[in-house]
Design a protein around this ligand. Sequence first.
Ligand SMILES: C[S@@+](CC[C@H](N)C(=O)[O-])C[C@H]1O[C@@H](n2cnc3c(N)ncnc32)[C@H](O)[C@@H]1O
Length: 273
Amino acid sequence: MPGISFDRAVDYYDATRGYPPGVAERLRDAIIAALELSRSAQILEAGVGTGRIAIPFIEAGYFYAGVDLSRRMMGQLRRKLDSRVHRVHLICGDAMHLPIADSTFDAVVMVHVLHLVEDWRQVLNEAHRALRPGGAIVLADEVRGECDGADHTPRAQVQRAWSAILDELNVPPDQRRDGAPHGLDERFRDHLHALGATVERTTLITYRQQLQTVREVARRYQERMYSSCWILPDHIHAEAARRLQHWIDEQCPDPDTPRDAPARIDAMIARRT
Ligand SMILES: C[S@@+](CC[C@H](N)C(=O)[O-])C[C@H]1O[C@@H](n2cnc3c(N)ncnc32)[C@H](O)[C@@H]1O
């Protein structure tokens, strides 16, 4: 299996992963500024999904190509575009074997995809191959929480509770995808350096996350809306969901108070020399 297809997530992906209004547009502008992209720049996104990152670029008139294993996710992207003519090219394919000629793109964007693919090194090799000299790979990821590093958001509280429950249930690492890289893993930097790229890390934007309650986030785990829940055997997931409900009912002090928190989107930017 080349990666985890999000076919099953298409009906709820945007509702559960969307940014607050205006954030995706600010992210686009920050990427354009960081890469000094001209209006004629050609951009590729590996794992384009429903276009959370792509649509602001496409609507601003950039040429944007997207590759994804999931035809359904890309179908959703298309449905969201307005009726104007757009410069967009969507390809159902595997980021480990990009169906793209060498040295074609000015930028290759990847957000929330390297932890899903079978071999992230191969995806970075392919992204680097697809870049023109001087072009850049942008790996972007959200960093949540207060500036002291503490994360008291409902998402983080539930994540910690869920992880403790999986520990109690002795769920082995392969059923939790513990080996998968998270965020802007330093191994990405090492691999990109080995490819000959120069790599810098930067903060693209800061924003406030959507208001959420613990109960809402917990329901996403209980209803298997996160990909980390998909590989758990059904009976383990059912037991973990039951224990999470017990945690909400008995231990969580405030499950229904909406909270937001500061967040930022950081990037690793690797330029092909
Ligand atoms: C979490 S979504 C992220 C989508 C988008 N980048 C965003 O930030 O909203 C990950 C996407 O990567 C796709 N994907 C997973 N493995 C892949 C692979 N090997 N090649 C191409 N796409 C892949 C999934 O189908 C899914 O649409």
